[in-house]
Design a protein around this ligand. Structure first.
Ligand SMILES: [Zn+2]
Length: 352
């Protein structure tokens, strides 16, 4: 497909929308982006491995495909949602605003092909974040919304009309039965957010867990902005304890396999090993000698040196294996480094 074709332009715009908040923040900070960017001077990164890319989107900017049997997934190449068709209506899992009205278009298309109802009767929230459920209000009031109890609390305080609070909540477990289909929702502790839920489709060999593991890609900036880093590091083990063949991660244009998740777990373990090695190797003395009473400058430069030491070999190992290893490995290493120091107390010393 040529770079100028409509679908590519649309999906490019959708991706741009997802990152629109970033320049505003950089401008406020008075950074380099205060001057308009020029494509000629922006840095180059390694090419994305073809295996990390999913199917092309259609003229409307979406792709819809079968996961297994009557379970389908929809993507705009940046975000993902899923839906189950049943004899009594459709159960939708997440409603990313970037896919927006294409969610119903995708459902209409599949329902027409299979002669089943196209009305969304239930909408399950993976977690409260606007980028995954900000299209919820498009489905009106005549739909049963289901989410973890903390999703309801967070959404009530965030008070965003685009994200109505769930009607049905659960604390640790909920079984959803619709039109002869069964879906198991579970909460196994905080990870990416306090409310992030495991969505298991026992009849479809599939697990949906959003913003933890993004198949064939490194995590988004700063380890997916995970609120609980140890919880997010532990989540893939919990995910692997479920029986599944297909994985829906909520991002990027492809599904995952168990082998993909094992590669991701090794990547995170390699970062942890690198951080522990770096903390025992990089000498903080010169940084504090140089910056004296400016302890922030000393800390910044010392931790940057730790990150560089720890992430360098990981970037080298995963280039060509995980997409964008050279883009975000350093910021994820910083997030994991701070968790190892602050949550685990590694390298912490009591003054004699
Ligand atoms: Zn999120």
């Amino acid at each position: 497909m040529s770079p100028n074709s409509a679908p590519n332009r649309r999906s490019f715009l959708a991706r741009s929308a997802a990152i629109m908040a970033v320049p505003a923040v950089a401008t406020l900070a008075g950074g380099a982006l205060a001057a308009p960017a020029s494509a000629d001077t922006l840095p180059d990164y390694a090419p994305i491995p073809p295996s990390a890319l999913g199917p092309a989107v259609n003229a409307q900017g979406y792709f819809v495909g079968r996961v297994e049997k009557n379970l389908y997934w929809v993507t705009d190449s940046a975000y993902q949602a899923a839906f189950l068709t049943t004899r009594d209506g459709v159960v939708l899992f997440d409603a990313p605003p970037s896919i927006g009205h294409n969610l119903q278009r995708a459902i209409d298309q599949i329902a027409a092909e299979n002669g089943v109802p196209n009305k969304v009767t239930h909408l399950v929230y993976s977690h409260h974040h606007a980028d995954h459920i900000g299209g919820s209000s498009l489905f009106g009031t005549d739909v049963v919304r289901i989410g973890q109890v903390q999703a309801k609390q967070l959404l009530a305080s965030e008070n965003d009309p685009a994200r109505p609070v769930p009607d049905v909540t659960f604390e640790t477990k909920y079984t959803l039965n619709v039109g002869g289909e069964r879906v198991n929702l579970a909460w196994h502790g905080t990870n990416h957010t306090p409310d992030n839920s495991y969505i298991h489709f026992p009849g479809h060999d599939t697990l949906m867990l959003v913003d933890i593991f993004l198949p064939r890609w490194v995590p988004f900036d700063s380890f997916n902005l995970n609120e609980d880093v140890p919880g997010a590091i532990a989540a893939p083990d919990t995910a692997m304890a479920y029986p599944w063949k297909h994985f829906i991660g909520g991002h990027i244009g492809r599904l995952g396999t168990r082998a993909d998740m094992a590669v991701y777990q090794q990547y995170v373990n390699d970062i942890i090993d690198g951080v522990q090695k770096a903390l025992g190797t990089v000498d903080p003395t010169p940084f504090f000698v140089k910056y004296g009473n400016n302890v922030w400058a000393a800390s910044q430069q010392y931790l940057a040196a730790v990150v560089a030491y720890a992430s360098g070999p990981v970037i080298k190992k995963y280039l060509g294996v995980l997409a964008a290893a050279d883009v975000y490995t350093a910021s994820t290493t910083f997030a994991i480094l701070e968790s190892i120091r602050l949550d685990l107390g590694f390298g912490s010393q009591v003054h004699p």
